[in-house]
Design a protein around this ligand. Structure first.
Ligand code: PEP
Ligand code: MN
Length: 263
């Protein structure tokens, strides 16, 4: 169903009045984790000022170590909703449990399925039964074919509002946290009719190359870019090394906008 052979025209995903996949790329920004009301509010204010309408923030965090911050859970989703309502923003947050899909829709506008859960088939089925847009991340070591089949799980249950997001894959290269597979963008655009985005933060894990990677993604045809922003990355409870502070975010955004690839 997700194949271009089955449907020629691009799928447009609607996040409220924001449309993804129309040829006008979007920027999604926000903290790695929702840590507090004040933290999210500070980021939301900066996004609003910068003309960004979609905010991300993790409430259920899939961490490598069980001793690391696991996220605020439902409380985090409530914070996202409260802040988003104040600033008129749309929100994206990761859900990790099939049983939370329905409830999440009360608080957030887009459900993210994380890289570690790309082949959690029960979660994909639950996402397919929902009528909420899904942002599906490519698995840590997933082939493009596996990624496309994961999307098929969602769409085959009737939820056609699916966006794909490349977030880097695991290779031998250690200069970046993951290897940004830029070729996945035109391949996914060619082989499917779904919007394709690129997460520059998790794919590179390096603040110093976010802008060129975002430009490369957009030049390759991406329908959007995701980036992590935190008021004070040094004290962030997750991904401290790779989140931009607000000033760096403004610089990043103006650099990407100067390319003319993002409005
Ligand atoms: C995230 O975007 O918060 C995240 C955990 O990313 P990924 O699933 O791509 O590792
Ligand atoms: Mn992160």
């Amino acid at each position: 169903l997700v194949s271009r052979k089955n449907q020629q025209e691009d799928t447009i995903v609607s996040i409220g009045d924001i449309q993804v996949g129309t040829g006008k790329p979007i920027m999604i920004a926000g903290p790695c984790s929702v840590e507090s009301y004040e933290q999210v509010r500070e980021v939301a204010k900066a996004l609003k000022e910068a003309g960004i309408s979609v905010m991300r923030g993790g409430a259920f965090k899939p961490r490598t170590s069980p001793y690391d911050f696991q996220g605020l859970g439902i409380e985090g989703l409530k914070i996202l909703k409260e802040v988003a309502d104040e600033f008129g923003l749309k929100t994206i947050s990761e859900i990790v449990h099939p049983g939370h899909i329905e409830l999440a829709a009360d608080y957030i506008d887009v459900i993210q399925i994380g890289a570690r859960n790309m082949q959690n088939f029960e979660l994909l089925k639950a996402a397919g039964d929902a009528r909420v847009p899904i942002l599906l991340k490519r698995g840590l070591a997933a082939t493009i074919d596996e990624f496309v089949h994961a999307a098929e799980y969602v769409v085959s249950r009737g939820n056609k509002q699916v966006m794909l997001i490349e977030r880097g894959i695991r290779t031998y290269e250690k200069a970046t946290r993951n290897t940004l597979d830029i070729s996945a963008v035109p391949i996914l655009k060619q082989e499917t009719h779904l919007p394709v985005l690129v997460d520059v933060t998790h794919s590179t894990g390096r603040k110093d190359i976010l802008a060129p990677c975002a430009k490369a993604a957009l030049a390759a045809g991406a329908d959007g870019v995701m980036v992590e922003v935190h008021p004070n990355p040094a004290v962030a409870l997750s991904d401290s090394a790779q989140q931009l502070n607000i000033e760096q975010f403004h610089q990043f955004l103006s650099s990407v906008r100067q390319s003319g690839l993002l409005k």
